[in-house]
Write a protein that binds this ligand. Structure first.
Ligand code: ZN
Ligand code: ZN
Length: 335
């Protein structure tokens, strides 16, 4: 039994031969298993899709209900047999519905983790490490410089700025799936109870989160004609909208951006971000290493990000590791 018998990288994406399924494929395939709803992992046009009910719902919101010919929902911890492979989904803590996928076959266990984080997030479920032989991990922040600070401190920076500049609108760039809703939850949990205003591009996914029972308080779509009146307000928008004409009508806007990349000052500066918030939905360097150790894996495959650094770290720990050289991941969230 070699790891390649259970998992091989192909131009269409990661492929599991004994189950004849692809995981987060980049091209249309007969049968896809989807770890989560980000557009670099979940694409429309597959014949059949197996995913958590939340991920299927998110794909429906983004692509319309006909995104796949056939859809099958699988809850966390449920087992589906495909050929003689036992397949189950487990929380990844990344965004609502995100899952690691466990494949058990002839005594060998493979986990494909998709994207994941270890910090608590009440909008995304809690990551659980799964014992396995082969662990497939991302490495978005796979360099020692990336250490995410406690999220509460970053939210405090935002709320302090709102208190300090009550006449300025605070525009916070956040990815529309996951990051935006997590920020809302964090802002609420910090005690902020005024309405949170959102750009139109965030409305449907935020509604979906609320409909799934995630309380985000009073969320109000921005009235384009009333932007001048939003001094002192918190307004969430897609990162691209920060530089857009859309942002210019707000009173003396403070431009904030919530991303793990904000750890790099030069990056914030280059994007013209006045208030960088280091809030990430990916594991940082320390959590990548901790997670790999907790899985007990003898071998690690690295999908995307700083592959070389993480592969090297694994080797120093006596764990076999290889980059899987998948193209097309990391587009949505990693900018
Ligand atoms: Zn993702
Ligand atoms: Zn990703």
């Amino acid at each position: 039994m070699r790891p390649e018998d259970l998992l091989c990288p192909t131009p269409r994406g990661l492929y599991c031969p004994p189950a004849d399924v692809y995981i987060d494929p980049m091209q249309p395939v007969p049968r896809a298993l989807i770890t989560h709803g980000h557009s670099d992992h979940a694409r429309a046009g597959h014949d059949a899709v197996l995913a958590t009910p939340e991920t299927l719902g998110i794909m429906g919101v983004r692509y319309g209900d006909d995104f796949a010919r056939e859809r099958q929902a699988i809850g966390y911890g449920e087992v589906v047999m495909i050929n003689d492979v036992a397949i189950s989904f487990h929380p990844a803590g990344h965004v609502l519905g995100s899952a690691q996928i466990l494949f058990a076959w002839r005594g060998f266990r493979l986990v494909v983790s998709g994207d994941y984080k270890r910090l608590p997030d009440r909008t995304a479920g809690r990551f659980e490490p799964i014992r396995c032989n082969l662990f497939v991990t991302e490495a978005t922040f796979g360099l020692p410089v990336f250490r995410h600070p406690p999220t509460e401190l970053e939210i405090a920076k935002l709320l302090d700025s709102v208190a300090l500049f009550p006449e300025r609108a605070h525009l916070v760039g956040a990815y529309p799936l996951g990051k935006a809703q997590r920020l809302m939850a964090l802002i609420r949990d910090a005690g902020y109870d005024k309405p949170i205003h959102v750009h139109g591009a965030l409305v449907r996914l935020t509604d979906f989160y609320q409909a799934q029972g995630i309380d985000l308080g009073d969320v109000v779509p921005v009235d384009l004609d009333a932007r001048k009146t939003l001094g002192g307000a918190i307004v969430l928008c897609p990162p691209g909208a920060l530089q857009d004409v859309w942002s210019r009508k707000f009173p003396d806007p403070v431009s904030a951006f919530a991303s793990g990349w904000m750890r790099i000052r030069a990056r914030a500066k280059q994007k013209g971000v006045e208030l960088p918030l280091v809030v990430s939905d990916h594991a940082d360097w320390e959590d990548l290493g901790r997670t790999i150790r907790e899985t007990g894996a003898e071998e690690v495959g690295v999908t995307h990000g700083a592959e070389e650094a993480l592969v090297h770290w694994c080797e120093t720990q006596g764990i076999r590791a290889r980059p899987l050289r998948l193209v097309g991941y990391g587009d949505e969230e990693a900018v």
